[in-house]
Design a protein around this ligand. Structure first.
Ligand SMILES: Cc1ncc(COP(=O)(O)O)c(C=O)c1O
Length: 388
């Protein structure tokens, strides 16, 4: 299947990877196995754990169906499923960090990743340093003899800068460090981190794989070299995802290609239209030719998803709130990747290097599956309300 997989289109892989209906009486979807205890046929098998499944925390046919499907998409040696996207960040960091290590984290990272690094990692004796998302190959200048991990997220949370991942990976590997990437924005459909030198690919499957704003789940996929250590940490921490959520994410994966294509098209149309609107200073979407990192995005990514930001042309919190409070179709809520549109006034006060736009408030938009003309009308009314 692995060889055949390479030749199949991505939607075909989304439909057929991870589970063969013939393995379970022909039912199209895999069974949802609720399990702690697994019985062994005899004492010798029990003593040697000599069978495929030994305990619920270590995997079930349901989790295997999902993680095998993700491996097929990521080109990874192994994948773990954890209870949230945030756990998909913290588990690999715990797996590879030790007291005395130095860690480089992109300054435009998802805020709770920074919070984890600034609290738990620091308490463990890990030295954390934030770098500019535009650092590229110059990351070599920041790498120290004890740099163990470079943690990337591209495009950036909220401001959508694109990083030169191959250049960063080259410099990190030359110094013996490994590279992790939060690839939630692109999904493995639009960027395959391991093909670009990343060692560990992280996803909040809560977003596009889940797709319906009703599940929390994370996946972490590793290359051959990093898989044993990642798997060992997963088993040690007991941080396994529940079977119903795992099942729902596999279900979501089957339609993720067509959903993403809809998100991609609607989002690009709305982002380009917003560039022409009064009251918008800038649109931060890397697939727009006006974006400063567009060339880099075009070089490495094969598509774009449904989340980006706009910078209002002046104003402050009052104007941002006027904009948000006028929206009728866009919900005010965190997260993204579901079928419905969302908006949030972005907080960038945690940044130490990449401070973000200064023209006015930054509003992040998640474009859902509604009709584009309806969403444009909603946004036009909000822009009018925010005008000053
Ligand atoms: C880039 C990124 N990574 C990770 C997460 C965490 O995902 P979860 O909400 O499943 O914990 C989020 C959530 O918004 C995110 O935006």
């Amino acid at each position: 299947m692995a060889e055949q997989n390479k030749q199949l289109g991505v939607n075909t892989r989304l439909i057929h990877s991870g589970y063969d209906p013939r393995d379970y009486y022909g039912f199209v979807n895999p069974p949802v196995v609720h399990a702690s205890t697994v019985l062994f046929p005899d004492a010798a098998t029990m003593a040697s754990r000599g069978q495929k499944y030994s305990y619920g925390t270590r995997g079930t046919p349901t989790t295997d169906a999902l993680t095998d499907a993700i491996d097929a998409l990521e080109g990874s040696a192994g994948t773990i499923a954890v209870p949230s996207g945030l756990a998909a960040v913290t588990v690999p960091l715990l797996a590879f960090a030790a007291a005395g290590d130095h860690m480089l984290i992109v300054d435009s990272v998802y805020h709770p990743t920074r919070h984890f690094a600034d609290t738990m990692l620091k308490r463990m004796g890990v030295e954390v340093e934030y770098y500019d998302p535009h650092v590229g190959a110059s990351i070599a200048d920041l790498i120290k003899p004890n740099t163990r991990v470079v943690f990337t997220e591209s495009p950036a949370s909220n401001t959508f800068e694109v990083q030169d991942i191959p250049a960063i990976a080259k410099a990190a590997h030359a110094a013996g460090a490994i590279v992790m990437m939060d690839n939630t924005w692109a999904t493995p459909l639009y960027f395959r981190p391991l093909d670009h030198g990343v060692d560990i690919s992280i996803h909040a499957a809560t977003k596009y794989p889940g797709g319906h704003s009703d599940i929390l789940l994370g996946t972490v996929s590793a290359n051959e070299a990093c898989w044993p250590k990642l798997h060992e940490a997963f088993v040690t921490l007991g941080c396994c995802a529940g079977p119903d959520d795992v099942y729902q994410v596999l279900r979501g994966l089957r339609t993720m290609g067509v959903r993403l294509e809809h998100h991609r098209k609607s989002t690009l149309e709305i982002a380009a239209w917003l560039e022409t609107q009064n009251g918008v200073a800038r649109v931060l979407h890397p697939a727009l030719p006006s974006h400063p990192d567009h060339a880099l995005w075009k070089r490495d990514f094969s598509g774009s998803s449904g989340i980006f930001s706009i910078v209002l042309a002046g104003g402050g919190q009052k104007e941002a709130h006027a904009f948000l409070d006028t929206l009728k179709l866009f919900g005010l809520g965190y997260s993204w990747g579901g079928y419905e549109s969302l908006a949030v006034h972005v907080f960038l006060g945690d940044r130490v290097v990449a401070k973000g736009p200064t023209e006015g408030p930054v509003i992040r938009l998640q474009i859902g599956m509604e009709d584009v003309e309806d969403l444009k009308a909603d946004l036009a009314a909000a822009l009018a309300a925010a005008a000053f």
